[in-house]
Every structure is written in C-alpha cells, then in structure tokens.
Design a protein around this ligand. Structure first.
Ligand SMILES: [Zn+2]
Length: 385
C-alpha cells in the first residue's frame, strides 16, 4: 500500500515538472513564433519593374496587399519623372520605404527627384557614402585671409559623385527616417508581405577582391527577398558572382524563390549556375536598356537562364514588367507576369558590349553618363566570344 502511494507521488512530481517545462516552452518559443509568423495571404501583391531605359538602371515598385509601398532604386539621373509617373498611375501617395541598393547613378540618380516629389517614410541604403569630398583650401599667400565662403554646392553636381550629393541633400530635406540595411533585417509591408535583407554582409568586399571581374560598389549591393504566402522573389541589385558565393556559403539561408530580378542588368559576372541551382526560380526579370555600353544582358547569362528552363522578361524589349500574386500556390492563378508591350525581337539574344562591366580596365566605376554611339543595325546582336 505504502509503496503504491509513493509511486503515485513520483508520477505526480514528473507530471508537474513536465507541465512546468511545457508552459515554459510555450512562453519562451511558442509565443514569439506565433507573434512573428506572417499572417495568411489575403489580397493582391503587386510588383512593377519599371522601364527606366533607354540606357539602363533599376527601379522597382512594390505595393503590398494592405497598401504599404516600397521602392527599390530610382533609375538614372532624369528618370525620377518616370518613377513619379508610375507612382501616380498606381495611386501611390506615399512611399513607406525607399531602398537604395548601392551608390551608382543608374540606381540612385533619380532618387533626388523622387524624394523631392513624394513623401517617403524611411530611406534604407548600404551605408556607403560617396559624397564629394569638401574642397581643400588652396595655397594662400602669406598673410592673405582664407575665403570665408565655401564654393557653391551647386557646382558639386558636375563632379562624378554629384549624383550622390544630390541624393543625400534630398534625403536630408525630405524628413524621411534613415536606416543602414542590416543582414537579416525584416521590413514588414503588412498583409503578410515581408522584405528581408540578404546582403551586403560585413566585412564589405574591397576593390582588390573584385580584380578578377566584377565591381566593388556592385558587390556590396543590398540584396532583398520578398515573401508573400507561397510567393517569393529575390531582388539582386547589381550583385556580383562574389556576392552570390557569399550567400551560397550560408547553408541555412532560404534562397529558393519563385522569381528572380536578375543581378546587374544581366551582366556576365553574376547569375552563376550554382546560384540559380539554389534559388530555382521559375521566371527571371532583367531590368536594362537597349542603349547601354556594357553588353547587358550578356549572352552567357541568358544562356544560363535558358538552360535552367526559366521564363524570361526584359524591360529593354518589353517595357515595364508587372507581377501580381495572391500568394497562394493552390489558387487558379498563383502569380501572373505581364510585359508592358509585345516584342518581335529575340528575347534570348544578348547585347554586344562596348566596355567591360567589371573593375578591369575600361570600366568607369561610377557610371557612364554618355550614351554609346547609335548602333547601325539591330541592337540585339548575339554576343559570342
Ligand atoms: Zn546598375
């Protein structure tokens, strides 16, 4: 009798301990998971890869189901109007986020016009400051007074880093909050749409590490993924193969995505076979212009996309590319990608380069504002080496 009572006590004690541990586990892990999980998709997510040609550039508008908005890049200088027109057309009255992937003019050249033209909540960039250095005072004659007034700011726009000065000035005047992108950072766009920062991770790539091909500001681009229910897209900025390699070296990082916004306008130095194997996208979108000097998109890159059985869309041939999705793979139309116009050109034909798009000789690191000479015949000659 005594023995059985003691047995009962032991069982009870074990049950109390188990219940305690269970309650602890629910509070410690269960509740945070419950709170952090994305809500079920409801409504439509829209992504518009804007046509900011004819040279090249990136500008991508995201409208989340709840109405929050994000703009990734703003095209080249002078392209702000195209972006602002697209915002108007989509009835966007405020940008909750503007994300500048990296300080090159074909990505933030139009940012000042956008920041001056619409209210922006938060601006996120990779923290690399390309401001024009303040001019050092010239040698003064003995006894001569240094000039009390600095040279007018306006003249800085003519420097090679002038586009960055204009971006920074506009950012300061806009009253937007500023954040430096952090890997792993989640940007909640509401309604279940979440942007995650995948790159750049520190330490940033140096120019020396890119000597074999590629370009350092590009390699440190902000790379993002957007998840909405079963749908996902990776926005590669102007990432280089080295950036992709760094992402691949993280085995637990979720890279699989439904769609890829191809890196660096289709450069041959990115979108490696190994990277495509891990992302396994069904469709690829290239933002480029028909009048670029760098051979974007490169035939090699197009061949890699074709071999991976991807559907391809190009802003240089098809104008603005629009993706809509309700985030549910089981619905009749999981997602739809619509080109702005039909093309009779061969979508799988690359462009011929006049300059190498890497940090090797011939590359102009901060963008080349001058348009290339007009091609005599077709602009989509296949590029073969
Ligand atoms: Zn670019």
């Amino acid at each position: 009798m005594k023995r059985s009572t003691r047995g009962c006590g032991c069982v009870l004690a074990v049950l109390v301990v188990l219940a305690g541990a269970g309650t602890f586990a629910v509070f410690k892990w269960g509740l945070p998971w419950w709170r952090a999980r994305a809500p079920k998709p409801a409504g439509e997510l829209k992504i518009a890869v804007l046509d900011v040609g004819p040279i090249e550039g990136d500008s991508i508008l995201i409208i989340a189901p709840g109405g929050k908005t994000a703009l990734i890049d703003a095209g080249d200088a002078g392209k702000g109007k195209v972006v602002l027109d697209a915002l108007k057309r989509n009835k966007v009255e405020k940008l909750d986020y503007f994300i500048a992937t990296h300080p090159h003019p074909d990505h933030i050249g139009g940012a000042d016009e956008v920041l001056n033209g619409i209210k922006v909540g938060t601006v996120i960039d990779n923290g690399v400051d390309k401001s024009t250095p303040a001019p050092s005072p010239g040698p003064t004659k003995k006894g001569a007074k240094p000039s009390p007034t600095p040279p007018p700011r306006r003249t800085r726009a003519k420097t090679i880093t002038g586009f960055f000065d204009e971006y920074k000035d506009a950012l300061q005047k806009s009253g937007a909050q500023y954040q430096k992108a952090q890997v792993g950072q989640k940007i909640d766009l509401g309604g279940g749409a979440i942007l995650t920062v995948l790159a750049p991770s520190e330490p940033f790539f140096t120019a020396d590490q890119l000597k074999a091909g590629g370009n350092e500001p590009n390699a440190n681009s902000i790379v993002l993924r957007l998840d909405y229910g079963d749908f996902s897209i990776v926005f590669m900025g102007d990432a280089e193969a080295q950036t992709e390699q760094r992402l691949l070296s993280k085995p637990d990082l979720e890279l699989k995505a439904t769609v890829i916004k191809v890196a660096h306008h289709g450069s041959k130095y990115a979108t490696t076979h190994a990277f495509l194997e891990r992302v396994k996208p069904e469709a690829a979108i290239i933002s480029t212009g028909g009048w670029n000097r760098y051979g974007h998109p490169a035939q090699e890159t197009l061949d890699r996309l074709k071999n991976a059985n991807m559907k391809l869309f190009r802003t240089d041939l098809q104008g603005e590319i629009t993706i809509t999705t309700k985030g549910r793979a089981d619905s009749g139309k999981f997602y739809e990608i619509k080109p702005g116009k039909e093309t009779t050109e061969d979508i799988w034909a690359g462009r011929e380069g006049f300059k190498d798009d890497s940090s090797r000789s011939g590359f102009i690191a901060y963008g080349d504002f001058g348009p290339p000479p007009k091609p005599k015949q077709s602009t989509t000659k296949a590029q073969r080496h």
